[in-house]
Design a protein around this ligand. Sequence first.
Ligand SMILES: *[C@@H]1O[C@H](CO)[C@@H](O)[C@H](O)[C@H]1NC(C)=O
Ligand SMILES: *[C@@H]1O[C@H](CO)[C@@H](O)[C@H](O)[C@H]1NC(C)=O
Ligand SMILES: *[C@@H]1O[C@H](CO)[C@@H](O)[C@H](O)[C@H]1NC(C)=O
Ligand SMILES: *[C@@H]1O[C@H](CO)[C@@H](O)[C@H](O)[C@H]1NC(C)=O
Length: 271
Amino acid sequence: MENGVVLCVLLMLGVFTKDVHPTSPIQTHQTVTAAVGEEAHFSCLLTESKDVLQVTWQKVLPYVDKNVATYNKFGQRVDPDFRNKVKFKVTELQNSSIVISSVTEQDEGCYLCLFNTYPEGAFKGRTCLKVCELHEPILHVRGSNSSEESLVSCSVTARPAPTVTLTVTQQHLYFSHYSTVTVTNANNTLTVTKTAVLSGLHGDGTQVGCAVRVPSGPQKVVFMNITEVEPKSADGIDEDSRSESSSNSKLMISYFLLTTTSVLCLRYESL
Ligand SMILES: *[C@@H]1O[C@H](CO)[C@@H](O)[C@H](O)[C@H]1NC(C)=O
Ligand SMILES: *[C@@H]1O[C@H](CO)[C@@H](O)[C@H](O)[C@H]1NC(C)=O
Ligand SMILES: *[C@@H]1O[C@H](CO)[C@@H](O)[C@H](O)[C@H]1NC(C)=O
Ligand SMILES: *[C@@H]1O[C@H](CO)[C@@H](O)[C@H](O)[C@H]1NC(C)=O
């Protein structure tokens, strides 16, 4: 008996799914940006109290929307094509979220959440995923002909065009003579290299940093500690290993500290 009832309800859902309300009471993000290899989070909230029978996530494809995952009070199901890819995070009847892991360019596109209600039909939310690329920035510091200056450069490959920001912790140090070189790679990524002269070095340890980010996307930061090597004594007694260090390098790179803050930056634009 009960099976018959469930079947009947599902058939009705099939009809109601096509009946989408124009003024949706669903709160979601219009756009989510995630970097290749990272996670993308999608969430939908039905803000009005409804009798929800089932929640379905779909991917918008050119001819038909493909089911990604669905659940109701009897259980949940992820489509075989999306297993290992999509997981549920929240499976409430008014509040739903999924996570896409190891994002690739193929995941780019728009996704729908459908709250199938009785008797009003489906309420639909739509979120589009933008996939960006952001590699680890590479920071270089090298000495210049002046003991108070060094040349700092930071290079990163990303898509779309990244911003590159050089930072220094000490207040009496400053950057000048900025120059930026951008190279477009065959796969449409850009490699941006920003170079600047760091002035005001006085021999104490200094930390320089490089922050890179793509618009409304993730950010990555690297730091490097530099310490100035004491100048050689004028009488030339100084014969130890220091003299083997390259002559134009007045800086010794002591550490390479890498901190990566990969933020899944979401543009919060409620529908
Ligand atoms: C939706 O569910 C998540 C996880 O249970 C919770 O953190 C969040 O606050 C909920 N949102 C609302 C508006 O109830
Ligand atoms: C460093 O060398 C460049 C060119 O080699 C020169 O223009 C600049 O004035 C020099 N800086 C100092 C502080 O000597
Ligand atoms: C795109 O090209 C850059 C530079 O050649 C490379 O570092 C990057 O890994 C490439 N991206 C992908 C997704 O293959
Ligand atoms: C770099 O220097 C800062 C401050 O001097 C220190 O807190 C930090 O631990 C150093 N980094 C490493 C990797 O040692």
